[in-house]
Design a protein around this ligand. Structure first.
Ligand SMILES: O=C(O)C(=O)C[C@H](O)[C@H](O)COP(=O)(O)O
Length: 204
């Protein structure tokens, strides 16, 4: 299975209250986006992963902001089916390779992408997508590295997502716009479902 081909958009979520995780994941799935990346940025994150893994089998739940081997171990133990990192260190890469689950390691330069490709990894997260150079930059990487595919994340919006998705070296994009903090705080899962439904049609 390729993580890049599961859905056009990977919702990147910051969960402050683990109670919201299950209805949130259901809203995303109902809207048409099966993947959910729960960032390990809050104390509630691992419990959120655990609940979605246990209660929403139709979702493909993963952990984001994975930075250390300890993060890898904790996320897999909680039930994460994939792991996403903002960048890649040798220690983190070793842990990801040993994790037994799918992963998208972060890369932002030709050297970083080539270093991962040397290890047989041809699918990665491009972060921070807009700040690092956006669509033009990724298009340029596609010349010398046509066999490497990316999930650009960071500054991706419904407006610029179609330009990324039109590139041959982009499989999907990631973004936090599907789960606005105020919608989560107020329990407005209908709004999240609608945002997911709009995003699900983004692939040209
Ligand atoms: O948490 C991580 O692992 C990251 O690498 C950062 C996230 O991918 C971005 O924060 C999402 O970017 P926005 O859609 O611009 O909010």
């Amino acid at each position: 299975m390729s993580l890049l081909d599961l859905a056009p958009v990977v919702p990147v979520v910051v969960v402050d209250d683990a109670e919201t995780a299950v209805p949130l994941a259901r809203a995303l799935v109902t809207g048409g986006l099966p993947m959910i990346e729960i960032t390990l940025r809050t104390p509630a994150a691992l419990e959120a992963v655990r609940r979605v893994a246990a209660e929403v089998p139709e979702a493909v739940v993963g952990a984001g902001t994975v930075r250390t081997p300890d993060d890898v171990e904790a996320a897999v133990e909680a039930g994460a089916r994939f792991l996403v990192s903002p960048g890649t260190t040798p220690a983190l890469l070793a842990a990801l390779l040993g994790s037994g689950v799918l992963f998208l390691p972060g890369a932002a330069t030709a050297t970083e992408a080539m270093t991962l490709a040397e290890r047989g990894i041809k699918e990665m997260k491009f972060f921070p997508a807009e700040a690092a150079g956006g669509v033009a930059y990724l298009k340029s990487l596609g010349g010398p590295l046509p066999d490497v595919r990316f999930c650009p994340t960071g500054g991706v919006t419904p407006r610029n997502a179609p330009s990324y998705l039109a590139l041959p070296n982009v499989g999907c994009v990631g973004g936090s716009w599907l789960t606005p903090a105020d919608a989560l705080a107020s329990g407005d899962f209908g709004r999240i479902e609608k945002l997911a439904a709009e995003a699900a049609t983004l692939r040209p």
